[in-house]
Each structure stands twice: as structure tokens, then as C-alpha cells.
Unconditional design. Structure first.
Length: 196
């Protein structure tokens, strides 16, 4: 099966196969797969996968396809966008908030589109660093702003519920593009507005 054949590899087209594999994992970890509480679990897990892996079918160009001509060439911030993603090392959830800042160059996007973009990038197996740079790269490519900055805060369950077991530790990642790279005052303005 070709790796990028999304039609064939989407959850929605493989429900029965995925359910079968979940059932097999339950059996292999020592569960009684015929007990009442587990009968519907493979189907529920598969439905959950449809949601949490929806990003594999998202189209960034489509999400940012509608823009508006506007002469506001000053900082725009969309902050506190909540995300839930899955760590690609353990398939355990990580989650937190994403803050996006950009300086448009004559073209702005609808505010909801930034939240849709966050969902598209996070609803798949990821690492926090790649979420951060993917978002910055997509914004730069699709909106061609003077610059953009993305800050991602995350708490990783693979560090809380298992392994090193450090509940509450936060990972913060950032990416800057364009004028944010050279303009320290702009970076400071963005970061200080995040605190309000
Ligand atoms: N850089 C980065 N690391 C991550 C992310 N999510 C999980 N990890 C780390 O991925 C690493 C995988 O390390 P391994 O040594 O291969 O796996 P492991 O034996 O399960 O590691 P421990 O978690 O230390 O028990 C761990 O250090 C995780 O904390 C992420 O988004 N970014
Ligand atoms: Zn992990």
C-alpha cells in the first residue's frame, strides 16, 4: 500500500481492520475480550481515532484558501488556541495552548482559520517541535506575511503517567519567520501581549 495513499489509509476506510487490531491488542495484553465492558471498545477506539487522527486528511491550502485584502500591516495575535495531539513516540496524548502572531502584508485570514489550522496540524502523531515549525511554515507559505511567530505550550502524558513521571512539567517551543527573526521589539510585543 503506498504510504501517502490517504484514501486507502484513512481511519474511515479501514474501520473493520482497525477494530480487529484493537481487539487483538486487548487480547494480547491479557484482557477477556468477550466481557461485556469491552464488547464495544474496539468500535469506540476506532471512532476516537477518526477524531484524533483527522489531521491526516486536512488540506492546509483549503483551510487558508479564503483571505481578505486588508491594509492592516501591524501585529495580529490569536492566542490560547487549545490543542490535543498524540506523541509519535508513545502514542500518548499531549496537549496545551498555541499562540500565533503575524504581521500581514495586505492579506488577512479569518480568525477561525487559525484554529482550524491548529486542529489540522495537531490531530495526528506529532512531536511538539514539528507542530511549531509546521504552523510557522504553513502561515509563511499561505499568507506571505511580513513575518509570523508561533509559541506552543505542551504537557506530555508520556512524561506524567509513565516513564519519568513528572506531572505538571511544561514544554514551550517557538518558531519565528520573516520580520520576527530580525525585529526584537516585535518579538517582545508579541510575548508581552501573551501575558495579558
Ligand atoms: N523532543 C520531543 N520529545 C518528545 C516529544 N514527545 C515525547 N518525547 C520524548 O521522546 C523520547 C523517546 O525516548 P526513548 O528513549 O526512545 O523512549 P522511552 O524509553 O520510552 O523514554 P522515556 O520516556 O525516557 O522512558 C522521550 O524522551 C519522550 O519524553 C516531543 O514532542 N518532542
Ligand atoms: Zn511520548
Amino acid at each position: 500500500m503506498p504510504a501517502k495513499d490517504y484514501k486507502n489509509t484513512s481511519v474511515i476506510n479501514n474501520r473493520a481492520l482497525i477494530e480487529g487490531h484493537v481487539r487483538e491488542i486487548l487480547r494480547l495484553v491479557g484482557e477477556d475480550i468477550d466481557r461485556e465492558g469491552l464488547l464495544e471498545t474496539p468500535a469506540r477506539v476506532t471512532r476516537m481515532y477518526e477524531e484524533i487522527f483527522a489531521g491526516y486528511e486536512a488540506d492546509y491550502k483549503d483551510i487558508l484558501g479564503v483571505t481578505f485584502d486588508e491594509k492592516h500591516e501591524e501585529l495580529v495575535i490569536i492566542k490560547d488556541i487549545v490543542y490535543y495531539s498524540q506523541c509519535e513516540h508513545h502514542m500518548a496524548p499531549f496537549f496545551g495552548k498555541i499562540h500565533i502572531g503575524y504581521v500581514p502584508s495586505g492579506k488577512i485570514a479569518g480568525l477561525s482559520k487559525f484554529a482550524r489550522l491548529v486542529d489540522a496540524v495537531t490531530r495526528k502523531l506529532q512531536v511538539q517541535e514539528r507542530i511549531t515549525s509546521d504552523l510557522a511554515n504553513i502561515l509563511e507559505e499561505e499568507l506571505t506575511p511580513h513575518g509570523c511567530m508561533v509559541v506552543v505550550e505542551g504537557e506530555h502524558l508520556c512524561m506524567c503517567s509513565r516513564g519519568v513521571k513528572k506531572t505538571g512539567s511544561q514544554t514551550v517551543t517557538s518558531a519565528v519567520r520573516g520580520t520576527f527573526r530580525t525585529n526584537a521589539a516585535l518579538r517582545s510585543e508579541f510575548l508581552s501581549l501573551l501575558k495579558h
